[in-house]
Design a protein around this ligand. Sequence first.
Ligand SMILES: O=C(O)CCC(=O)C(=O)O
Length: 263
Amino acid sequence: MPPPDSSFDVAGALAHFRAHGWARLGVVAGSETLDRLRARADDIMLGRVVHEGLFFQRDSATGRYEDLEFGRGWEGPGLGYRKIEKLEIDPVFRAWLENPAFERVARAFIGDEIVIYRAMLFNKEARGGTDLPWHQDGGSFWGLSRDPELQIWTALDDAPAEAGCVEVVDGSHLGGLATPLGGTVPADVALRAGAEPRALPLPARAGEALLIHNYVWHRSGRNATGRPRRAFTTSYMSAATRCMRTRRAPRSFLRVFGRTALG
Ligand SMILES: O=C(O)CCC(=O)C(=O)O
């Protein structure tokens, strides 16, 4: 399952990532790995593999982000789930997010003590899925002592522009948060920044990984290919990061990659 970790230009990818807010790591997953991850994604959506504690959200009926429903969890077998979170619970996805290529990137960017904030599937089913507007992954909504920066996104299927590939506003991470809350970039802010004409599509082949800065404005459209477009992403951060929420017990975060740095 693990990709050959020596074949990636980690320094080059991280230099691009720092400057642009995103970078291509290259093809990290071969066909066997992809088959295993895709099958696992479908088994989880179809209820053939069940884990206590996964977070599910179905696509909206209209494909519009504004029409999404919240708090409903798993709603029965089907492939129309927009996202599934807490996939670190699942051994197949857990093994993937700890693969040696990602370990090299995370150690080079973060250091030796690494935890994850989240590990999730972004799914756009063959019938179209849901639009995801410009957003940033951080801010007070995330409730952390400092915002994470490094997300590694793996295409489980080909994700050309027509499938709703990830799009970014190149370099927008350098401007910090659009709002203190983080999350969706308000429409007027996006308009003033000229986000639409600056939108840079990042089509990806199945197996390819992208580094996505938490603060880079990113979005994805609906899938018009008639084929599923699944992607798995993990947010890595320093183990020094603390959960600041007070209304419930603070979260503790899963440590990854063990404690010993790769030689
Ligand atoms: O894959 C997608 O459509 C969205 C990706 C994304 O928003 C993320 O990885 O944070």
